[in-house]
Design a protein around this ligand. Sequence first.
Ligand code: PGA
Length: 264
Amino acid sequence: MLVVIEQDYGALSREAARIAANALRQKPDLVLGLATGSTPVGFYRELAKLHREQGLDFSRVVTFNLDEYIGLDSSHPHSFHVFMQENFFRHVNVKPENIHIPDGTIRGDFDEYCEGYERSIRDAGGIDLQILGIGKDGHIGFNEPTSSLASRTRPKTLTRETLEANRSHFGKEERQPRAAITMGIGTILDAKKILLLGSGAEKARAVALAVEGPITASVSASALQLHRDATVLVDREAAVGLKHREYYETVVAMTRELTPERLW
Ligand code: PGA
C-alpha cells in the first residue's frame, strides 16, 4: 500500500486527478470505478478542468459507480445518479451508454440484478482504476462494518452512523433511504488499481485503522492491505492518526525516483 500525504484538500484533488488523467492517457478506453460523497468532488472538478483546458478525452471511458440508494430513482435529487451528472458527467464527454450506476428502483430479484452488474464489469474487461472515499467507520462503497471481505455487489443496510452522516443531504420531511446496492469488497479488490481518498480530521481514525490496523471486517477499508496496487491519498488532517508518516513520505520520495510509474 502506498500512502501519499498532501498538504490540503486542493492538493489531494489535483494529485488524484493527475493519477486518473495519466491512467486515461495510457489507456483511452479506461474502465473507471467511481465514488460519490463530498470527498471526490474536488477530484471531479479537477478532471473537468483537464477536459476543458487540455482536451482530456473521456469518449471511450467506461464507468461503474460503487453504489446507489435503494428506493431513489435516477432523477431523484439525492440519488447518486444525479450527483454524478451534476459533479462530473455533464462536465466531460463520457458517453451516456458507457455509464453504469446501480439501479435503486430494482424490486424483487436483487440477486439477478447484482449478478448482472458484476457481469457488466467483467464484460468491460474489469475495472482499471477504482476511486474510493472512506466512511468514518472505515466503510468503502456502502460496505459497512462486518461486511465480508469477499462480498460482491448486493443490497446492504446502512448503519445509524452512516445514516446520520448523510442526514443533512435530505430535507426534514424527506424519507432517507436506509439501504443501498453496493459493490462488494471482493468486487473492489478485483480492480487493477485502487485510489482511496481521505480528507479532514474526521477521517483520521478510519484512515489509521485502514492503513496500520489489522485486516478486519470491522474496518472494510483495511481489506486494501490485501491489494497489490492500492494508493491511499490523504491530506495532512486525515493523516494525523498515522504512526509512520515520515516513513510514508520517504517511500513516496524513493518511488518518485526509482519507480515513478507506480505513482502514474
Ligand atoms: P464523504 O463520504 O466523502 O462524503 O465523507 C465518504 C463515504 O462515506 O464513503
